[in-house]
Design a protein around this ligand. Sequence first.
Ligand code: COI
Length: 356
Amino acid sequence: MKYPISMFPTTSPKAKPQDESKLGFGRIFTDHMFLMDWTKAEGWKNARIVPFGPLPIHPASTVFHYGAEIFEGMKAYRLADGSVQLFRPMENIRRMNNSARRMCLPVLDEEGALEILKTIVKVDADWVPHQMGTSLYIRPFMFGNDPHLGVHSVSNATYAVIMSPVGAYYAEGINPVRIAIETEDVRAVRGGTGEAKCGGNYGASLRAGEKAEEKGFTQVLWLDGVERKYIEEVGSMNVMFKISGKIVTPKLTGSVLPGITRKSCCQLLRDWGYEVEERLISAEELFKAAESGALEEAWGTGTAAVVSPIGELNMDGRDFIVCGNRIGPVTQKLYDTLTGIQWGTVEDTYGWTVKL
Ligand code: COI
């Protein structure tokens, strides 16, 4: 093993959730977690699987003061034969390393990181839920923990993996969500940290999210931070639109998260014969398309959100119902195919799944 792992099993395993239809998202955690320390002088060391629980962290730690933190989101799926598989884990590992480079955190050896993920999921494999639509959400994260207050790249870091049995991310489930386009706050600017998966991006999004929720919207859709004109992403998912038969999705300008579900959906759509345009798309273009009836479907893509239909779009009082506030045929086909591959009911001709 690239990172030899010491095992410290729990002596008091927790009761597993009885009713898998009420899992929600990210509130219940498995019995164990993975931890590994890094120092600039010694590299990665002390890989261990320990009982899930609080972490002792120095109060001056870089993560608390200067936001030196990155994370990933991925899932393990239970198949009908009881086995468990991951979906494109190497994509998450590579994206995590890209985020690490942007935030001056240490990178992980790719194969070593995959071994860690497989090992920790195997240890808590009984926690992978069985009911259709559920999965084990895996949250790898890394933070700087130098115990002093100077602003500098870190010399000490911790890599951790925690896991949570989950159902749907949105209370709406697969029903359409209501999305408000945010015109005041911005999430990211070019040259900033938008394409890294770092906690700060999400912290900066909370105020707009709260405001949208107060008005009854599920989440906000961000505009670019430079011209404040082009659609970028929703905080927990990338977005795609079907306009006059073509699929349009914001291109990866550097301030948009390069979603793995986004990438997978683009590939599926192209293979089904759709023209997929990854380009700038302004809010104005979107509203014009909605007004003229050219906007046929809208949906979000993400690990947590999977494929979520967008039923309503709002911006500064202008409001549009998309696809009669119902899930459209392309959204449904994407959801069925992607989740079919993930849960093993549709043949994986792409080699995206990795058995434990
Ligand atoms: C994911 O889809 O895994 C995410 O990270 C989105 C969100 C829960 C932050």
